[in-house]
Write a protein that binds this ligand. Structure first.
Ligand code: R5P
Length: 324
């Protein structure tokens, strides 16, 4: 349902003000005024500092350090907006908290990604906008509408500026193969797969073998996220061991936890391409890191939702049929 008759307002929490401002700039709207105060007892006080009664509100927050502060701030913002009589609250969550906890793969654990979906709804979210979920079926954890956007078109546009002759797209593990299809179709490149095994909870991934032809090729590793960097580091090594001419890596979410930045530099990748769904601090930057912005994509999605237009039309052609 469109809400063109209601004023559109965009607010943001503390997690990624730079991205939120870029979204506002792309939309040509001012960022809504609000503030968060953190008391000495660690409680947060969020205040919406302008009238949102009857407004179509978009609230931007992402999952990044300090994670639990940002998650609580998210819930408190939604509650504050609801009690301030916003007509509709759409949470724009470029990187969803706990997205990797999406299954019960050992006994007596929480499926925390589903819990996050429940809590967003309980707090008062009417819709949610996400970017490249760890697994697309996480959309089904939400009973409210959940639009998943893709960074693949943005990353492919950048890759096309590079020399792709004799290039191959590489999935660093079998789980990434489905996502890789978004790239092979767009770039018309072949695919290879690394058979990666994890044997424990440590950050060390154990690559076993490569399926596909990588010898003397430009290898482009694609993943949904880089967390500790272990997957990419191991993948780069095994590709080189199999005769890769060069190796670059691309992912949507630059989680860059722990030693990731150092590991990526040690892996001597020609280029590491990420998007700005998560802020990467100055201490984690390095010369071969390229950051592409999803702000224009988020802005187009917000415009579409506000006007009641199709969001999948943003990806029409390759990944979705043209809506009628
Ligand atoms: C796993 O299934 C994901 O797609 C990524 O491969 C993983 O999150 C990367 O983690 P790390 O950088 O810690 O190896």
């Amino acid at each position: 349902m469109g809400m063109s008759d209601s004023p559109m307002k965009v607010f943001a929490g503390s997690s990624h003000r730079g991205l939120a401002q870029a979204v506002c700039d792309s939309l040509g709207v001012p960022m809504g005024r609000s503030s968060t105060v953190r008391f000495s007892n660690e409680n947060l006080l969020v205040q919406i500092e302008e009238n949102v009664r009857g407004a179509d509100v978009f609230f931007i927050q992402t999952a990044c350090s300090p994670l639990h502060d940002h998650v609580m701030e998210l819930f408190i913002y939604i509650d504050a907006l609801k009690h301030a009589s916003a007509a509709r609250i759409t949470v724009v969550l470029p990187y969803m908290p706990y997205v990797r906890s999406d299954k019960k793969d050992r006994p007596r654990i929480s499926i925390t990604a589903r819990l996050m979906a429940d809590l967003l709804e309980t707090a008062g979210a009417d819709r949610v906008v996400l970017v490249d979920l760890h697994a697309p079926q996480i959309q089904g954890f939400f009973r409210i509408p959940a639009d998943q956007l893709m960074a693949a078109p943005i990353i492919c546009e950048h890759l096309r500026t590079r020399d792709l002759s004799n290039a191959v797209l590489v999935a660093p593990d079998a789980g990434e193969v489905k996502d890789l299809i978004k790239y092979t179709g767009r770039l018309g490149l072949p695919m290879a797969i690394i058979d990666k095994r994890r044997i424990d909870d440590s950050d060390t991934a154990h690559a076993v073998k490569v399926i596909g032809d990588v010898e003397d090729r430009v290898c482009i590793l694609i993943d949904d996220e880089i967390a500790s960097g272990g997957t990419m580091m191991t993948a780069a090594k095994i590709l080189r061991d199999h005769g890769a001419r060069s190796v670059m890596a691309a992912c949507t979410h630059a989680v860059f936890s722990g030693e990731a930045s150092r590991r990526l530099q040690a892996a001597a990748l020609d280029e590491v391409i990420v998007t700005d769904t998560i802020p990467v601090g100055a201490d984690k930057q390095f010369p071969t890191l390229t950051t592409l912005s999803v702000a224009p994509l988020l802005a187009r999605a917000i415009e579409s939702i506000h006007a009641g237009r199709s969001v999948s039309r943003l990806f029409a052609g390759v990944d979705a049929p043209e809506p009628e």
